[in-house]
Design a protein around this ligand. Structure first.
Ligand SMILES: NC(=O)c1ccc[n+]([C@@H]2O[C@H](COP(=O)([O-])OP(=O)(O)OC[C@H]3O[C@@H](n4cnc5c(N)ncnc54)[C@H](OP(=O)(O)O)[C@@H]3O)[C@@H](O)[C@H]2O)c1
Length: 256
């Protein structure tokens, strides 16, 4: 049976994507560390004719993606849609941030996404169909001082995603980078930084599914965010870094 595997499905954008996919009748594998939250979502979404499974996994551990893939393989579930959504951030003066947290971002946001993508690809190739969504960010389009590691992981994901999109499109496998701007989830609280008003997770999920249907390589969520990501292409990189640095410094110091 075919499944959509959604990481980071316990809350926020991942949970909203799971709800939207279930509404379309997609079987789901929900993954995150918080097993109770996954089970609650499963109970909410379950209906006759729909298969919904939960697999807990800690993607900050180098073995985490392999353990998740092993469980999926052992149960005989075919993944025809992978959504690499699990992610975390941090904000502040880089030298003052905990190194463990910065490395965790690299592991979860980038390395785990590479491992999971690699792991599902063989099956998709055999079946000559499938789709992979990498949940990047508008932060992928420019250097972001005071969130430097986070933005760099998202730039990695954007380039990784586009590279694979071009590599795999002739094989019937679609790869899409989803780039939300500020979205009202637990993300900012978990990152220890002040939240920002923005789109809802449900709006982002709806745009993601629309983008998937249209087989778009990149979806930037929201007109303002699309204008911003288009505009920064024309700025020299150092000027972009300085400007964003000024905005972020004021934001972190609470002056805005
Ligand atoms: N919110 C925004 O403004 C925004 C903007 C652009 C992009 N994004 C991206 O959107 C994605 C989802 O973020 P969100 O806003 O929905 O944040 P969120 O509400 O904090 O959700 C993050 C999800 O990632 C999971 N996760 C975190 N660390 C994990 C780990 N070590 N192993 C497995 N799962 C882990 C969490 O589950 P557990 O804690 O249960 O493991 C949770 O389900 C992230 O990739 C984020 O970078 C968010």
């Amino acid at each position: 049976m075919d499944y959509a595997l959604v990481t980071g499905a316990s809350r926020g954008i991942g949970a909203a994507l799971a709800v939207a996919l279930a509404a379309e009748g997609r079987n789901l594998i929900l993954s995150a560390r918080s097993g109770d939250d996954l089970e609650r979502l499963r109970a909410r979404l379950l209906r006759p004719g729909l298969a919904i499974e939960c697999v807990t996994a800690d993607l900050s551990q180098p073995a985490g993606p392999g353990e998740l893939l092993d469980e999926v393989g052992a149960r005989g579930w075919d993944v025809d849609l992978l959504v690499n959504n699990a992610g975390l951030g941090s904000g502040g003066d880089f030298g003052g941030l905990r190194l463990e947290r910065e490395l965790e971002e690299v592991q979860v946001n980038a390395a785990a996404a590479v491992a999971l993508t690699h792991g599902v690809l063989a099956g998709m190739r055999r079946r000559r169909q499938g789709a992979i969504v990498q949940v990047a960010s508008t932060a992928a389009f420019l250097p972001v001082p005071y969130m430097a590691t986070y933005a760099a992981t998202k730039a990695f994901l954007l380039h990784f995603s586009l590279g694979l999109w071009a590599e795999l499109r002739a094989e019937g496998i679609h790869v899409m980078a989803l780039c939300p701007g500020p979205t009202e989830t637990n993300f900012f609280a978990a990152a220890g930084i002040r939240g920002r008003r923005g789109q809802s997770a449900e709006q982002v999920a709806a745009l993601a599914l629309r983008g998937l249907k249209a087989r778009r390589p990149i979806v930037v969520c929201g007109a303002g965010n699309r204008a911003m990501t288009a505009a920064v292409r024309w700025l020299p990189r150092a000027a972009a870094a300085r400007t964003v640095g000024w905005v972020m410094r004021n934001w972190h110091e609470g002056r805005r």
